[in-house]
Design a binder for this molecule. Structure first.
Ligand SMILES: Nc1nc2c(ncn2[C@@H]2O[C@H](COP(=O)(O)OP(=O)(O)O)[C@@H](O)[C@H]2O)c(=O)[nH]1
Ligand SMILES: [Mg+2]
Length: 177
């Protein structure tokens, strides 16, 4: 007999967005299997449950192709947390502008109580954005940001080496969503 109840799992519904090829699927399966895997382009979406400590994340990874981006907002109902993945080695000006504009739309339209965790992915590659460039291009600093009351955490990740899943979980606990 135990006098204490086992702490309940906190279950969170998480949406994972980002432009095509930013590494959403690779990161999701790296977190799930702890191994780096080759991905095939996502046509619909992938849903996986990842558990760590007392947290269970149901993560939906939606493809980021142009036509799907138009209906991203239909997936955002009832989510408690948003992951937004950015390829931090992608310096194409058009892609940077589209990334910034999609992120801005989400920031403006989603309930302010939904925290965002922004994952600057592909950090294993050379020529990634420096902290200063991240500030200049996306108005974000690595770590905690607060934008008109919304908490936004920016982290560096890699689906090839350092996936930073522990940091993500630590932030999820800290955010207390
Ligand atoms: N070097 C490196 N390549 C990555 C990383 N994440 C994804 N990729 C590669 O980028 C390409 C697109 O990844 P994918 O997960 O399919 O992107 P998605 O369209 O956002 O789901 C694939 O060739 C991946 O192997 C990373 O962290 N580092
Ligand atoms: Mg994908």
């Amino acid at each position: 007999m135990s006098l204490c109840q086992k702490p309940k799992m906190k279950e969170l519904c998480v949406l994972m967005l980002g432009l095509d090829k930013s590494g959403k699927t690779a990161l999701l399966y790296k977190w799930l299997t702890k191994k780096s895997q080759e991905t095939i382009p996502t046509t619909g979406f992938n849903v996986e449950i990842i558990k760590s400590k007392n947290i269970s994340l149901t993560i939906t990874d939606v493809n980021g192709q142009d036509q799907t981006r138009l209906i991203w907002s239909t997936y955002t109902q009832n989510i408690q947390l948003l992951f937004f993945v950015i390829d931090s080695s992608q310096r194409d000006v058009q892609i940077i502008l589209s990334t910034h504009s999609e992120l801005q739309k989400l920031i403006n339209n989603l309930n302010v109580n939904i925290p965002f965790i922004i994952l600057f992915n592909k950090s294993d590659l050379p020529n990634i954005f420096s902290d200063e460039e991240i500030w200049n291009e996306f108005d974000l600093k690595i770590g905690e940001n607060n934008l008109n009351g919304r908490r936004i955490i920016a982290l560096r990740t890699s689906a090839k080496i350092q996936s930073s899943f522990k940091d993500v979980i630590q932030w999820v606990q800290k955010l207390n969503v």
